[in-house]
Ligand binder design. Structure first.
Ligand code: GLP
Length: 254
């Protein structure tokens, strides 16, 4: 079954790959096939180390002439608050460096929910309106935090939450502080809500490594539990999980 077929027929796909790179290639293939089928697709994009090989493979496919992003619009999930967009650890800089600078996407149509703490409510509403005005997200790419967060929807987030200012969980600060050596890690972010994410027509989640196994387990079994925000994805009709064996909870062969 090719990835285009998967996107059309799946209600829930849980695919386990031999490595992070193989899972990343499959997720990249789904994004590429989505854009080939609908050149003006609206993509929801994510950051995090998990996505780096996904974007590398998309760039490689673009360089081979396999796909064009000239008509694509993108919306990123989240951004740190009060971090200048040109800071190397902003998600704007990260996306430019990993993807946007290397493909033919029109940067004026690459949206990231940038905000300061004093204008975040208005910026969040603008972001929701903009997503709606483009017709909604065709395919939302997602990673998952070790604590089950999606975007920056930390444990306790409501199933119906929309784009808003959030305070980061201590575990998230510990996980991401490694990227900040010149200043303290921001304590707040603006993120699409769980409800915003569930409004996407298709969702692709990539999770790899043992640190994600418990979150993946909680996210895929047992219904929605606010302690694991990703568990809300069980309520969506078209979710594809791209896992490696470790994230799927399988023991490595001896
Ligand atoms: C980050 C992002 C999430 C991402 C997650 C996992 O903080 N806000 O969107 O999915 O944490 O990151 P990583 O892929 O580095 O494990």
């Amino acid at each position: 079954m090719d990835t285009e077929t998967i996107m059309l027929v799946s209600s829930f796909q849980r695919m386990i790959f031999a490595s992070h790179n193989a899972a990343a290639q499959a997720a990249a293939d789904l994004i590429i096939s989505t854009v080939r089928a609908k050149p003006d697709a609206v993509l929801g994009l994510a950051t995090g180390g998990t996505m780096e090989p996904v974007y590398a493979r998309i760039v490689a496919a673009f360089k081979k002439g396999a796909v064009s992003f000239a008509q694509v619009t993108s919306f990123n999930l989240d951004e740190y608050v009060d971090l200048p967009p040109d800071h190397p650890n902003s998600y704007r800089s990260t996306m430019d460096e990993l993807l946007f600078n290397h493909i033919d996407i029109d940067k004026a149509r690459t949206f990231i929910p940038a905000a300061r703490s004093d204008d975040s409510a208005a910026r969040a509403d603008d972001y929701e309106r903009l997503i709606a005005e483009t017709g909604g997200i065709d395919l939302q790419l997602l990673g998952i935090g070790g604590n089950g967060h999606i975007g920056f929807n930390e444990p306790g987030s409501s199933r119906d939450s929309r784009t808003r200012l959030v305070e980061l969980h201590q575990k998230t600060i510990e996980a991401n502080a490694r990227f900040f050596d010149d200043r303290p890690m921001p304590s707040h972010a603006i993120t699409m809500g769980i409800g915003t994410i569930l409004s996407a027509r298709n969702i692709a989640v990539v999770a790899t490594g043992t640190t994600k196994a418990d979150a993946v387990h909680a996210a895929t079994l047992g219904g929605f539990d606010a302690a694991c925000p990703a568990s809300a994805l069980q309520e969506h009709k078209h979710v594809s999980w791209f896992l490696d064996a470790a994230a799927a909870g399988q023991k490595a062969a001896a």
